[in-house]
Design a protein around this ligand. Sequence first.
Ligand SMILES: Nc1nc2c(c(=O)[nH]1)N[C@H]1C(S)=C(S)[C@@H](COP(=O)(O)OP(=O)(O)OC[C@H]3O[C@@H](n4cnc5c(N)ncnc54)[C@H](O)[C@@H]3O)O[C@H]1N2
Ligand code: MOO
Length: 401
Amino acid sequence: MRSVEEHRRTLLALVDELPPETVPIAGALGRVLAADVVAAVDLPGFDNSAMDGYAVRSADLDGAAPGAPVVLDVDGDIAAGDTTRHVLRPGTAMRIMTGAPLPEGADAVVPVELSDGGVDRVSLDLAAEPGRHLRRRGEDVRAGDVVLRGGVRVTPGRLALIAAANLAEVAVVRRPRVAVVSTGDELLPPGSSLAHGEIVDSNGPMLSALVRAAGVELVHSAHLRDDPEALGALLADVPGEPDLVLTTGGVSMGAYDTVKEVLSRDGRVDFVKVAMRPGMPQGSGVVGARRTPIITLPGNPVSSFVSFHVFVLPVLRALSGLDPEVPTTTATATRGWASVAGKVELTRVVLDAEGVRPSGGQGSHMLGALAEATHLAVVDAATSEIHPGDEVRLLPLVGQD
Ligand SMILES: Nc1nc2c(c(=O)[nH]1)N[C@H]1C(S)=C(S)[C@@H](COP(=O)(O)OP(=O)(O)OC[C@H]3O[C@@H](n4cnc5c(N)ncnc54)[C@H](O)[C@@H]3O)O[C@H]1N2
Ligand code: MOO
């Protein structure tokens, strides 16, 4: 049986980082930077005021104190956006607003609260040390600085930094394009009237949702019956030019395991057993003239869900230019549970303020426990029991809040 690590390596060998493209920054959220981002301007771009108040020469306020104010003439106003290069005459103050450029000669700002708020003359109650309430040009970022490294995802905060660095466009890795195909004669769309023996295709909607929640483009989704001809034709030329095809169902030992039957024929897809539970039967390889990478996931709904997190997500990350390793956390078990020895067990768990505990029934057909689950606990093959108080490694569920 293949180890989880070995199978993940096999899958990662099928893909490379996708090429870069330049997009307006409004479309960059969630994308991965294809190159370092270099600031086009200093931040702040000019010395400016951190407070609404009065720009002064600090020497003019020597000795000012509550009850012993210094009174200065006010030589005009400077608002944010004022592009005039003002000069502060010695012995005067200028009214200045937050973010407005500091006049030449000023070396401090006195907040309006420490004055009588005068417009022509102002009485200032406190001495100001040089540099007080100023924001200096370039103190945050210098033009030419690398502000973000390639390979990181654009978050709202990073997007703000790119915009402030005066860049209208940014180079990002092309978004992976994924097709999802569920297979099985027993499957009908949600809302159908179900005859005895028929069930709803939940893997199709689930995988499509996981793909989207992972920030990836879903270019095609379909359900096919267990018809080798139709499946063979679809997989020979999957619509939407995907970078990755996902199938579910038909990969184990059954008489109607069509995915395995069709894809075993030309030898470009391998079907293996991986030492994990759930998610043991797996397949991978390439299909069609474009040699599109394919991952064939098991049909049991939870097996498919878990396999997405353990195998598909690292591949999507690699295509997107991210480190394939999904960051994990740890937490303390508040309840114990049994785990199968010799296989990596992925238990659906709930993490809350107390710690981590299993979320409901763990059968690979049981979707009920997904209502509450926040993570998958990754229990290694050498461990057969988790005890209360044990540290457990946790893989976050895609799209979880
Ligand atoms: N004799 C053996 N039987 C099975 C083995 C084995 O090693 N020897 N492995 C078991 C394990 S583990 C798994 S996992 C499943 C994998 O089966 P398949 O990938 O071939 O999937 P199917 O047989 O098509 O379906 C399994 C199960 O899941 C339901 N299903 C399938 N597709 C969907 C869908 N889109 N939405 C919701 N539910 C779906 C299907 O009705 C079956 O109940 O094989 C075990 N058997
Ligand atoms: O390994 Mo199957 O994926 O347990 O149910």
